[in-house]
Ligand binder design. Structure first.
Ligand SMILES: C[S@@+](CC[C@H](N)C(=O)[O-])C[C@H]1O[C@@H](n2cnc3c(N)ncnc32)[C@H](O)[C@@H]1O
Length: 149
């Protein structure tokens, strides 16, 4: 039982005006090529628009109620989101992906440093090795440019 179960049907009316971050995540997903893992997928505010661009999304959430609303939202939009009940500290995902997202403060639900470290370790595992290497190279190059400047 999650504390979000009791507000699952209120979440969409409450968050209706929160739209400014949607294009950012859709663009990131498009650039990555997918699939995308969203941790704390909620009712699909971000996942459904991404899936609507033809990108596979695996959505993990600890609230069955939020996942139920998400499934309805996806069906209404005519898309599929691969929804999985689970904890974002140990997401039930074996696939390796180029992008993991955790929008709209889901990460802030983790209350201890150890919980946050567990979640970040899981994210690292989820990221495909090739993508991880590319990111490391980008960071390395950026650091070199910064030093040279
Ligand atoms: C503020 S909502 C954000 C939902 C969605 N990402 C969005 O952008 O609208 C936070 C979500 O994180 C989920 N959540 C909180 N703690 C979690 C945990 N430990 N594991 C998985 N999901 C969690 C909640 O059930 C809720 O659906």
């Amino acid at each position: 039982m999650s504390e979000y179960d009791s507000i699952a049907r209120l979440y969409d009316p409450w968050s209706r005006s929160v739209v400014e971050d949607v294009p950012f995540y859709v663009e990131e997903a498009r650039e990555s090529g997918g699939p995308v893992v969203e941790l704390g997928v909620g009712t699909g505010r971000i996942a459904v628009p991404i899936a609507s661009h033809g990108i596979r999304v695996i959505g993990v959430d600890s609230s069955a109620g939020m996942l139920e609303v998400c499934a309805e939202r996806a069906a209404l939009a005519g898309v599929e989101v691969d929804l999985r009940l689970g904890d974002l500290r140990e997401p039930p995902v074996d696939e390796r992906v180029p992008l993991v997202i955790c929008p709209f403060r889901s990460f802030l639900h983790l209350r201890t440093d150890e919980d946050r470290r567990r979640a970040l370790r899981s994210v690292r595992q989820l990221l495909a090795p090739a993508f991880g290497a590319r990111r490391e190279r980008e960071i390395h190059d950026a650091a070199r440019v910064a030093r040279a400047g």
